[in-house]
Design a binder for this molecule. Sequence first.
Ligand code: C2E
Ligand code: CA
Ligand code: CA
Length: 763
Amino acid sequence: MKWNKQLVASGVVGFALLTGILNIYAFFHRNKGEGDLVYILFNSYALIALILGVCMVIRRQRQEKHKMDIARKRLTYLTKNLTAPAMLWNDSFTEVIFNDALSKLTDITMSDDMGPKQIVPIFFGKEDMTDEDIREIVIARNQEYSFIDSNGVPHDMIWNTSAVETNGDGVTWLLSIGTDLADIRNMQSKIATYSKQLSVSEGKHNLTMELMDVGLLLIEQNNPQLFLSEKLQKMFGLSSSTVTVDELREMIYPLDVDVFELHVDMMRRYMAYYVDRTETLELRIRSADGIYRWYAYRFRATMQNESERLAVGGTVIDISAEKEKDEIIEKAAYEDTIVGIPNRNKLMNVGEELYRRTLALNNSYWVIVMDIDRFHLINDTCGYAAGNSLLRSFANILIREMTHDGFGARISGDNFALILPDTGDEGLPERIVSKIQRVLLTKAVGNLSHRTLTCSAGYARMPEDGDSFEHVMDHAEFAISSNKKTHGSITRYTSKMHDAIILENNIETQLHEAILRNELELRYQPKVSLTTGEMIGLEALIRWRSASGELVSPGVFIPIAERSPLITRITHFVMDEACRQMQLWRTMGLPETVISINFSSTDFYQEDVCAQILNTLKKYKLKPQNLEIELTESLACKDIDVATLRMQELRDAGIQLAMDDFGTGYSSLSYLQSLPFTVLKLDRSFVVTMHEKTVVQEIIRSAARIAKAKHIRTLAEGVETQEQADMLSEVGCDYAQGYLYGHPMTAKEAEHFIRTHTIRKIV
Ligand code: C2E
Ligand code: CA
Ligand code: CA
């Protein structure tokens, strides 16, 4: 509370001076009769003003404190209610709050000589913690830390730490959520023990069969009737010794009908295959008491002497108890612990099995992959608890939309998958996804309004869309990524999507020639201040005028160039051309401004990138303040240490750094907090979707607030209407760029723009 102390101090000094002056005045006028009155009046005025001033300061302090208390209470409540071990602490180490799960786990308690400053580092296996350590802890996700608690018990934990609140008083609050590795190891050892027990019981199978209730089932070749032993009739609750395949099918659990069908078909057509070969078929069948139970049919084929016909015969036993054990193991190994539905491993098993069946039974399934749009941002702005609760909601929606023979799973982070039988209805996947999207819109996230929660989906049909289940899944995922629409898209995979790859090779060859033939040009798009309306700079955007005279959009060729060494040459061209243009404008007497250049991550990882940039500036006699470099955050993901180093080098030289396209991909506010950016560029998709009072506005507001706390300015891209500009200004954006102010212009047009607008002075 530095600000308040200063205010109080200057208030007191000010009033003391004023009182002093008035006293002197009164003293000299006392003899003239009027002095006494003036003396009393001014003294009382000064006293009242002093009291009022102090009261105002105290009130303001209280209000601030109240606001902070509410925020802190919310965080404390959230921390306490997490089921995972968690602690809330701050980087000044004035406080640390443990939740019950963590207290139970470690028994580390605070005392006079063990305050937060000593305790928090213990959890990260350290004796002391510097700012640098804290930064590393926030960036490092899923890193293991080993520590020993006060009872000497060793622990291995994974901590996920996020900066959750900055008060403007320089103190950052951090929420660390832990995973106890002992739990995971326990579970793994449980699975191993169960598996062992099962294999032992498998060995005993033959023996137990003799002792248990065993039914017999005989299936003759070319005979529609199946024969049941008396025991089996009792087990299934049937009154006759024969049953038809159709009647038996009626009794089978819907999800197992396919397996049944597959075996019946095999037996009918290739009964000879089963001669002298024992096979087991496991199915859930409705029993005498009306309950579905698991049965194992162990069978083999033999030649019946009297009829010279082949027949399959075998024993049927109730294996429900074993299956129950299996289910426990399944749950441990195949269930997602956060949302409680099957995980990726399970999906792969089920999918591969279904894929095999489709080939044998000549049927097909839809494989749908879904992705919650901007999930990362919701996690960052609303907290992990809200993120997890959204994942659980999504899983519930998925389960509800699944028909009884469908299968749903969470495959990773915010990705879910659904397998549905294909009944010949081509519109089914779109209808199901649209319904999921509609229900998703009604879900609340944290305390945000929620009308723009969307998900994108890609789907494919198996077996036709891949030679294995994994391949079909890859194609469904490929379909999502091939759709340019970033939110709420539903895309059917087609083999044509691969044509794009062939096209890419052609473009790469042509682009190579284009560079040699000087077919690249620049356009300049203004950026403006939302508060003053001044132009604050120009972004250089590349264009390719192909031999036929048509303009090729960078959206087509930059991603291709980025996958080849061509990008380095392109960046070099843009940097040189843009600086040359800036120098030309200066010689023409135009006011100086800032030029922004887009850098690709490949360029940025070159060792001499900073030296090259500074050389170009020198060549055109430009100041570092004239240049801004736009980087996407994906760049930081590659090697955060190298990225930080390069960025700091540029910042030290006085060059501005903008984080481009924030809101696409895996945007993370933690990068904003840890990397030396000066501007945050919100992607156009935010502006497009913000017109309703939605979660988007809240995200922008939080992002702008977090940015502001780090002295980072926020710019919104793709502003096309005044209404958008007003709304952006209201939610805390500083700058804007878009067609409302100007399209990307030729150098000549940009020159006219600069001449006719107010340009912000470079400081
Ligand atoms: P970006 O850096 O996000 O650039 C903004 C894009 O949005 C530009 O597309 C711009 O023309 C467009 N835009 C600006 N205002 C509006 C608006 O109000 N409405 C709409 N609908 N669009 C608007 P452009 O020029 O086609 O560039 C596309 C992308 O290509 C750029 O996205 C950038 O990622 C890349 N790019 C462009 N020039 C270069 C370059 O010189 N080097 C590199 N590495 N990438 C570049
Ligand atoms: Ca850009
Ligand atoms: Ca952008």
